[in-house]
Design a protein around this ligand. Structure first.
Ligand code: SAM
Length: 186
C-alpha cells in the first residue's frame, strides 16, 4: 500500500465509532506507550494524559505534518511526556523491551511492510506488555479505507503469531471496528 498522507478524524466521528478510553483500557500511570502510525496523535495525546508525568509516549508517523500537529497540540496542553518522530515505522525501534503497550490505530494495513513493523513492535514490547490493534472491520462501512486493503481479524492474528505474539482477545469496538490484543510469546 502506498502512503497517502496522514489522517485525522474529528472527536465526534471517533466517539460515534468507538470508545477511545476503552481502547486505551490497559494504560495506567507511569506506563510507556508507543503509537505506531500515530497520524496527528489523537491517541498519543489521550495516552499522554493517562500515563502521566512518570510515563512516556513515543509516537512515529511518516507524515511530518501530522507529527508537527501532534507536537503543537502537546505544547498547547503542556504535555511534556511525548517523544514524536517523523519517519518510517519500518525503520523505527524506540527502545528494546521498554513498552507496556505498542499501539496501532487504523494504521497496520497502511504500512509498506507490516511484518517488519510488527517485528519492531515485538522488539519494543516488554515481556509483560501488550500489542493493541484497533482497525476497521473488513466489510463495507460508511467511512474508512477500501475494503480490499483492510486486514481481517484472522489475518491480523496470523501476522501476530508470525511476529512472536499470541492473541489474547478479539473484540468489537463499536459497529465498524475491532480490537485485537496480543502478548509477546516468551
Ligand atoms: C489511517 S491513518 C491513522 C492515524 C492514527 N493512528 C489515528 O488513529 O488517527 C494511518 C497513518 O499511518 C501512517 N503511515 C503510513 N505508512 C507509514 C509508515 N511506513 N511509517 C509510519 N507511518 C506510516 C500515515 O501517515 C497515517 O498517518
Amino acid at each position: 500500500m502506498v502512503w497517502q498522507g496522514s489522517f485525522s478524524l474529528d472527536e465526534t466521528t471517533r466517539r460515534n465509532g468507538y470508545n477511545p478510553e476503552a481502547v486505551l483500557g490497559k494504560l495506567q500511570k507511569g506506563m510507556i506507550f508507543v503509537d505506531v502510525g500515530c497520524g496527528d496523535g489523537y491517541f498519543s495525546l489521550l495516552a499522554a494524559k493517562k500515563v502521566g508525568a512518570l510515563g512516556r509516549v513515543y509516537a512515529i508517523d511518516i507524515d511530518a505534518l501530522g507529527i508537527e500537529k501532534l507536537q503543537s497540540r502537546a505544547k498547547l496542553e503542556s504535555l511534556i511526556n511525548i517523544t514524536a518522530k517523523a519517519g518510517r515505522a519500518e525503520d523505527t525501534v524506540f527502545c528494546s523491551a521498554c513498552a507496556d503497550v505498542v499501539f496501532f490505530s487504523m494504521s497496520l494495513h497502511d504500512f509498506e511492510d507490516p511484518r517488519k513493523v510488527l517485528a519492531n513492535a515485538r522488539e519494543m514490547v516488554k515481556p509483560s506488555g501488550w500489542l493493541v490493534n484497533l482497525d476497521w472491520k473488513k466489510q463495507d462501512t460508511p467511512k474508512g479505507p477500501p475494503v480490499n486493503i483492510r486486514f481481517s481479524e484472522k489475518t491480523v492474528q496470523n501476522m501476530l503469531t508470525q511476529a512472536g505474539f499470541c492473541t489474547v482477545s478479539v473484540t468489537e469496538a463499536g459497529s465498524y471496528h475491532y480490537l485485537v490484543v496480543g502478548k509477546p510469546t516468551l
